[in-house]
Design a protein around this ligand. Structure first.
Ligand code: MG
Length: 364
């Protein structure tokens, strides 16, 4: 059996309203979709990435997997990783590898007629999620409505909002929004915050103490830049809530450094960035060897299967932008009723991309 065809396409999906966090604002999400076909069966993967990743798939990666045996995903992953040496692996290239690696695992599972989670080996019946959004650009009404959607309508007992507005220069509003979030979700749900690297270390410690005391915040994501391992460790050692980072990890070795520096309580790994399922599992196993849990960053429907195959999982991020995109443009998207995603019995990851519906958003 040989891989006969590789495709890639890029889309720009506008947000439903202006969005921003502590250190960035955006009005659209990039989506790059890749397919691989063998024996008339097609696997599909995607990444939330720049359209440039579609060009990397076409010009650099497609040739690495074409005409090769589709079952040997680790060998194909290695060929792709080697091919981008001179392009620079982290970033665009890693996002491209991720989309294609996911497509290859999906293809293998479909060729074998298995759900992807069963091919990988199931470690749990379902995957807990947390609702994630709460953008700094929202007014209180919009924030409350979104939080009610997750904790009320869907029954998800965990929610996360963005803080660190204007690079940490609006801490009074940050605190007001954290207290608002606690009032909306009630006493029983867990409240998470994400500063996207907006604060200094001591500023983050002062904020954390207030947020834990006033609102029971239990998860503080990127209190300082995730490149500042000493700062993360300092905050981690001085606060009661968990400190997490890792969403910009485009290679397993990124996490080796994060773990070696005692920088996090939980490593956030993104299957659409780190190098797909092959690399996500490597990071989960690295974390397990250090008695740490992982959390799936974004792309909830892709994480449902791979996260379902590891024991040391905290949760998967049910991110607003991706909830919208996966629900609208993919058949088979899961709904986390009760707070967990349960992969079904369909072959592969169970998703099919509605290319015709997305055609008007296509940019490459
Ligand atoms: Mg984050």
């Amino acid at each position: 059996m040989r891989i006969e065809r590789v495709t890639s396409a890029a889309y720009r999906v506008p947000t439903d309203s202006p969005e921003g966090d502590g250190t960035l604002a955006w009005d659209a999400t990039g989506l790059v979709v890749s397919t691989v076909t063998a024996a008339d069966v097609t696997g599909m993967g995607f990444s939330y990435a720049s359209p440039a990743a579609a060009a990397v798939i076409k010009e650099r990666l497609a040739g690495c997997v074409a005409h090769r045996e589709p079952m040997d995903v680790p060998a194909l992953h290695e060929a792709m990783a080697r091919a981008v040496r001179n392009d620079g692996r982290p970033g665009i290239a890693a996002s491209a590898i991720s989309a294609l690696d996911i497509a290859l695992w999906d293809l293998k599972a479909r060729l074998l007629g298995l759900p992807l989670v069963s091919l990988l080996g199931r470690a749990r019946a379902d995957v807990p999620v947390y609702g994630s959004g709460g953008f700094t650009t929202y007014d209180d009404r919009q924030t409350a409505r979104q939080l009610e959607h997750w904790t009320g309508e869907l029954g998800i007992p965990r929610a996360k909002i963005k803080i660190g507005e204007s690079w940490g220069r609006a801490t009074a509003r940050d605190m007001a929004r954290v207290r608002l979030a606690r009032r909306v979700i009630g006493d029983d749900a867990e409240l998470f915050v994400d500063a996207n690297g907006a604060y200094t270390a001591k500023q983050a410690v002062r904020l954390a103490r207030m947020m834990v005391g006033d609102a029971g915040v239990s998860w503080f994501e990127e209190p300082v830049s995730s490149d500042d391992h000493a700062g993360l460790r300092q905050v981690r050692n001085m606060v009661d809530c968990d400190v997490a980072a890792g969403e910009y990890g485009y290679h397993p070795s990124y996490f080796a450094a994060l773990v070696a520096d005692d920088a996090v309580d939980c490593a956030q790994v993104d299957v659409t960035r780190v190098g797909g399922i092959t690399a996500w599992l490597a990071v989960a196993h690295l974390a397990a060897a250090h008695n740490l849990n992982v959390s799936g960053h974004c792309a909830p429907n892709l994480h449902a299967h791979v996260a379902g195959s590891v024991a040391n999982l905290s949760h998967v991020e049910y991110f607003w932008d991706h909830e919208r995109i996966e629900g609208r443009y993919f058949d088979g998207a899961l709904v986390p009723a009760g707070g967990a995603l349960a992969p079904g019995g369909a072959p592969g990851h169970g998703l099919s991309f509605k290319a015709a519906d997305a055609e008007e958003l296509r940019v490459a």
